[in-house]
Design a protein around this ligand. Structure first.
Ligand SMILES: NC(=O)C1=CN([C@@H]2O[C@H](COP(=O)(O)OP(=O)(O)OC[C@H]3O[C@@H](n4cnc5c(N)ncnc54)[C@H](OP(=O)(O)O)[C@@H]3O)[C@@H](O)[C@H]2O)C=CC1
Ligand SMILES: O=C(CO)COP(=O)(O)O
Length: 344
């Protein structure tokens, strides 16, 4: 497909039967496209088809009649113009590797996954490029709770790709009365922002559990943004991307709502629950837990100052008592508020 605007219906697959995959598949089907959603579990697929509801991940939402649900990967992607990959980072490569031989050259592959590969520090767009050849790659990220999208709350997101025509097509297939799609050419920055903000959702969830108020949340969100931008710069990303929807937008959202699974993990740990139990209790993916480990190691390697990352790492993985970690944080050096300047 060479067109830049999806003026006529396209064939689009969404890989992943979770809450976000279901939310975007429903929007796309609602826009009149031939939409297929792939989920690996035949029983869940049969149930979603029969009930026209994903009772496992997005209960209470009627699935659009144009949404075809299948557990057959080949049936899902054959002849598709666009494939969204909405699979947790842990399994992302495995699924992309399986789907790669089934794709036509030039297919648009869009990751919606906000995580980092655990043993490589690769972002999902890296995996898309590594596991396929001749495809067009993009990343979708922004302040987007699946539940609020399907409830029709006014929402905006970002499609990031160096391929301008791809961005325009994705804007067209996802745009609805309640859903707006902005574009960016900074794939790395947008993707990194989506992964990083999950860490600070854990931190703010924990602060909430400890009874901290609005001042504390605001302090945490603002210093989190400073850390994210410092890290981005050290990694060669554009820090300015972090003041957009995929950066500060998603940071504010996930750090202030218990709809965030990462926030809820932090809350439960803050209430004294062991980490593994908290993750199991959530029952859905909380990417931030793995991301904390990866970013702590990378920040140490690069010498990037990330006190909040070090603090949450100490609590989650070094068994340091929360009050002691907070005391250390609050007694650290008091430096400049804004370290960035437009002036040379
Ligand atoms: N939910 C949200 O509001 C948002 C989520 N995201 C991102 O989207 C990504 C997906 O999240 P989300 O949909 O919420 O996740 P969920 O936890 O809701 O669902 C995960 C889905 O992935 C499937 N899955 C897990 N492992 C595999 C595998 N090896 N092969 C095939 N399918 C697999 C699960 O299938 P099964 O049921 O069989 O286990 C399930 O359908 C995450 O990275 C998240 O950060 C982005 C924006 C918002
Ligand atoms: O990324 C999200 C909203 O933009 C969802 O956050 P959680 O993965 O923490 O639920």
């Amino acid at each position: 497909m060479t067109q830049t605007e999806a003026s006529s219906p396209l064939s689009i697959a969404v890989l992943g039967g979770g809450s976000f995959g279901t939310a975007i598949a429903n929007i796309i089907a609602g826009n009149g496209h031939d939409t297929r959603q792939w989920m690996r579990d035949p029983e869940k697929a049969a149930s979603c088809r029969k009930l026209r509801e994903n009772t496992f991940y997005l209960p209470g939402v009627v699935l659009h009649p144009l949404l075809n649900i299948t557990y057959d990967l080949e049936e899902a992607v054959t002849g598709c113009d666009i494939v969204f990959v909405s699979i947790p980072s842990k399994s992302f490569r495995q699924v992309v590797r399986a789907v790669a031989p089934l794709l036509s050259p030039g297919t648009m592959l869009i990751s919606t996954t906000k995580g980092i590969e655990h043993d490589s520090f690769h972002l999902m767009s890296d995996i898309l490029r590594e596991e396929t050849q001749g495809m067009r790659v993009g990343v979708l990220s922004g302040p987007n709770f699946a539940k609020e999208i399907v409830e029709g709350h006014y929402t905006a997101t970002v499609i990031a790709s160096e391929d301008e025509a791809l961005c325009k097509t994705i804007q067209s297939v996802l745009h609805s009365e309640t859903f707006r799609v902005y574009s960016s050419s900074d794939v790395f920055g947008v993707e990194l922002a989506g992964a990083l903000k999950n860490i600070y959702a854990i931190v703010t969830g924990m602060a909430k559990a400890l009874g901290r108020g609005g001042n504390t949340t605001s302090l945490l969100i603002t210093r989190a943004l400073a850390e994210m931008m410092r890290f981005a710069e050290a990694m060669g990303a554009d820090p300015m991307t972090f003041i957009g929807l995929a950066g500060v937008g998603d940071l504010i959202l996930t750090c202030s709502s218990d709809l965030s699974r990462n926030y809820r993990v932090g809350y439960l740990v803050g209430k004294g629950m062991p980490l593994e139990q908290a993750v199991a209790e959530i029952g859905q993916v909380a990417e931030g837990v793995n991301t904390v480990r990866l970013i702590k190691a990378k920040a140490d390697e690069l010498g990037v100052y990330m006190p909040l990352v070090s603090a949450i790492h100490a609590i989650l993985f070094e068994e340091r008592p929360i009050p002691e970690v907070i005391r250390d944080l609050m007694s650290g050096a008091q430096t400049f508020d804004v370290a960035y300047s437009a002036k040379p």
